[in-house]
Structure formats: C-alpha cells, structure tokens
Ligand binder design. Structure first.
Ligand code: BEZ
Ligand code: FE
Length: 287
C-alpha cells in the first residue's frame, strides 16, 4: 500500500474511526487534516521537523510544579485566549486567560485582609461584588485572587525574595455579595523568557510584556465559574499584550485617593490607589 501525500491524510483520519469516545474521535479526525495541510503548505523540511520536535521536547522539559511552559506556549500563540473567548460567558463579565501562575492554592483570607505580605508601594484597595446577570448579589461566592509584586514577579518566581502566598488570597463574599482586599498596585511584567517560548519571542522580534493586572477566579454554586483579570488603566502594553488577553471591558481605573480618614479605615498608607470591580456570573446551563 503506497500512500501518497494526500491519501496519508485519509488513512490517518480513518485510523481513528473506531475511537469509542465520539468527542475524542471528532477532535482527532479534525486535527489531522489541519496538521497535514500545514506540513504540505509550508513544505516542512526534515531539519525543520527535527527542530520542532526539539522545541516541543524543551517545552516539556521546562515544566515543573511551578512552571508551565506548555500553557505559556499556548498563551503566546493566542490559543489560550481563543479557547477562553469561544467558551466565555454570553453575558456577564468577560473572561480571559488563566496564565501559568495559578500553580499553588491561594491562602484563605478574610475580607479586608492584605495579600501584599512585603509592603510594596503604592498600596491599593480593591473592593467588589459578585453578582448574577440580573444584578442579584451572590453571598458565599469564592473569589480567588493572584497578582505579581510591584516589581513584576509572582511569589513562585522569587521563592528567596517573596514568602509563599504573597500576592494571593482566597476570599468569600459577605451577605451583600461583597469582597475586599488590600494589596500593592501590580506592575506590568515580562512573561518568563528563560525557556524555549522566550527564545521563540526573541527569534521573531516580539516583546514579552503583559500590562499590569490582577487575576480573579469567581465561583458560586449554580453559576459558571469565571476566570478573568482586571487590568490597570494607563498601564504600558495594554494595546500589545504578549498573550493577546486584554478586553476593554476589563480595564479598571485604579484611581489615586488622597484621604487620610479612608486610608485609616482600610489600614493602608495615604495616598493609596482604589479600584472597584463587579464580577458578574452567568447561571450554569442545564442539560
Ligand atoms: C499571567 O498573567 O500570569 C500570565 C498569563 C500568560 C502568560 C504568562 C503570564
Ligand atoms: Fe498575570
């Protein structure tokens, strides 16, 4: 059986026809023709195929419990954002990428607590509510928060500098569906460039920066879990995020507040930055 460049595709597609899981069959039978077309269209050479295998091997080798180079690769190729967008909520707060730094459980904290354990500047107060799409407050919702330091690093990137859990907190909304925490204004930062994904950006003349943001995962029983960020208005790179994850609706004002009495009430220095964010969840689809 001499397969040609064209008939190979049909043979591989057919080889999955007996897959018991219909979704697995659908995905593989759709994937194979795309991959084969790509190889044919660019006339992939053997050295290029070997380089691709080496690259993917290095991506895998770079992964450990604190580093997820495959997610990073998916991110810089715009795939993570595409998956988020096609699966996002139809109404309510828009979603965006999870990113590779949700690798440890956030410590449970009380509303009003700080997630900044190292006293970064400027201080910041974030208040918000979790709501249904009809505006009903959702008490008892969980709000998982993580962000980088004022220097642009997550705790897991600087185990010798930052205590574990710095920049992270798991909050629960109160009877009014409200949550609140103190923090430091996050910085814009480069995604990790010390691996194969960084080399790919370098080789293609792309910058590695993300605009300043805070990550959120909001969850409540009976509602779709929302993974999103709030971006800091005015941050550099809002219009050229290395992972294509900015949505206009997610940009929030982190206004400077100069009010000694309010600062004292929140337990932060004066002046401070303040942002308010409503996370709106869609009811879970039934069936
Ligand atoms: C992040 O926001 O934590 C992130 C997202 C994608 C790639 C790298 C970092
Ligand atoms: Fe981030």
């Amino acid at each position: 059986m001499d397969l040609t460049s064209e008939s190979t595709t049909a043979a591989v597609v057919d080889s999955f026809a007996g897959a018991a899981d219909p979704r697995l069959r659908e995905i593989l039978q759709e994937l194979v023709p795309h991959l084969h077309d790509f190889v044919r269209n660019v006339k992939l050479t053997l050295p290029e195929w070997e380089a691709a295998i080496r690259f993917l091997t290095e991506v895998g080798q770079k992964c450990d419990e604190n580093r997820q180079e495959f997610i990073l690769l998916s991110d810089v190729l715009g795939i993570s954002m595409l998956v988020e967008t096609i699966n996002g909520q139809e109404s309510g707060t828009e979603s965006t990428v999870l990113g590779p730094f949700h690798v440890v459980d956030s410590p449970e904290r009380e509303n009003g607590d700080t997630i900044d354990l190292i006293g970064g500047q400027p201080p910041c107060v974030v208040t918000g509510r979790v709501l249904g799409t009809d505006g009903t407050p959702l008490p008892g919702a969980t709000v998982d928060v993580w962000q980088c330091s004022a220097d642009g690093f997550y705790d897991v990137q600087q185990p010798d500098v930052q205590p574990p859990g710095n920049g992270r907190g798991l909050f629960r909304t109160d009877a009014e569906g409200a949550f609140a925490f103190r923090t430091v204004l996050p910085s814009h930062y480069p995604i990790p460039t010390d691996g194969p994904v960084g080399r790919m950006l370098q080789a293609t003349g792309r910058h590695p920066y993300r605009p300043a943001h805070i990550h959120f995962i909001a969850a409540a029983p009976g509602f779709r879990t929302l993974t999103t960020h709030i971006f800091v208005a005015g941050s550099p790179h809002l219009d050229s995020d290395a992972v294509f994850a900015v949505k206009k609706s997610l940009i929030a004002d982190f206004a400077e507040v100069d009010d000694a009495e309010r600062a004292r009430r929140h337990g932060v220095g004066n002046p401070f930055r303040a942002a308010s964010v409503d996370l709106v969840l869609e009811a879970e689809r039934v069936g």
